[in-house]
Design a protein around this ligand. Structure first.
Ligand code: ZN
Length: 255
């Protein structure tokens, strides 16, 4: 096993997930780590769950999955996200819900790898690890060379030379890198990393193409891939399903 495909935040967008899985197939990569939020926002949550069922070597639960069971998580949602949550709940069978409930929140293989949807330091005041400040706080929970996160929908890498969770890190102790395709990020030989592959089904970095990444722990690379898919078709399906228009609209903007 050399390369592992890292996917996150699919958000019920089957055209995007299918395009990403076709790309993995072409690349000959069969190991998948899924960082959660397979559902929510998009109109094919059940099809996305089924497409991934039994395919992921690691799968962690996102806040949109959590919100199905935990009303306090749903309370933090804005009204559009809450509307989509209730819409999604009606689409899922008892089997789907059982499968989601069995998914763990954290996959911890310290000192090599930690996988979590949002932040490794719950209960979180740093839910979004999106800049050197929030990454510095999140590193308190990273007792591994690599921590994979999603949730922000923005592909980024954070590195600190510190190798101790106890270190109090300020923004200057963290190097942040915005990831681009065709520029593989090279893991540093020392210190710790937080790596985010962006979002398959609802990118928010201004690029509407589906985003995911290939991790090669042996080679020490994290390579972003951006995949074209039929955004207009995904939008048509969402509007036909009666989901809030904003959710379809933002797909074309990558915002
Ligand atoms: Zn998400």
């Amino acid at each position: 096993m050399a390369q592992i495909a890292i996917i996150s935040d699919i958000h019920g967008n089957l055209p995007a997930l299918s395009a990403v899985m076709d790309d993995m197939e072409r690349a000959g990569v069969h190991e998948i780590i899924c960082l959660g939020d397979v559902i929510g926002y998009g109109c094919q949550p059940e099809a996305c769950l089924e497409r991934l069922a039994g395919r992921c070597m690691v799968s962690v639960r996102g806040n949109h999955e959590d919100a199905l069971f935990d009303a306090t998580v749903a309370e933090d949602f804005n009204s559009v996200a809450r509307t989509a949550l209730e819409w999604t709940r009606k689409r899922l069978s008892a089997d789907h819900l059982r499968g989601i409930a069995q998914t763990r929140l954290v996959f911890d293989r310290s000192p090599y790898l930690i996988c979590v949807h949002d932040t490794p330091v719950p209960p979180s005041t740093t839910g979004y690890v999106g800049d050197p400040l929030t990454a510095g706080l999140a590193f308190r929970g990273v007792d591994a060379r690599v921590c994979l996160v999603g949730h922000t929908h923005v592909p980024m890498a954070f590195h600190t030379e510190s190798d101790r969770c106890e270190d109090r890190l300020g923004p200057c102790d963290v190097e942040a890198t915005i990831l681009h395709e065709d520029e593989p990020y090279r893991l540093r030989s020392l210190g710790r990393h937080i790596l985010n592959p962006g979002s398959v089904g609802q990118p928010r970095d201004g690029d509407p193409r589906a985003s995911y990444a290939m991790l090669d722990l042996k080679e020490g690379t994290f390579e972003l891939r951006r995949i074209e898919y039929d955004v207009a078709e995904a939008q048509r399906q969402m509007r036909r399903a009666g989901l809030p228009d904003l959710l379809a609209y933002r797909l074309a903007l990558g915002a």
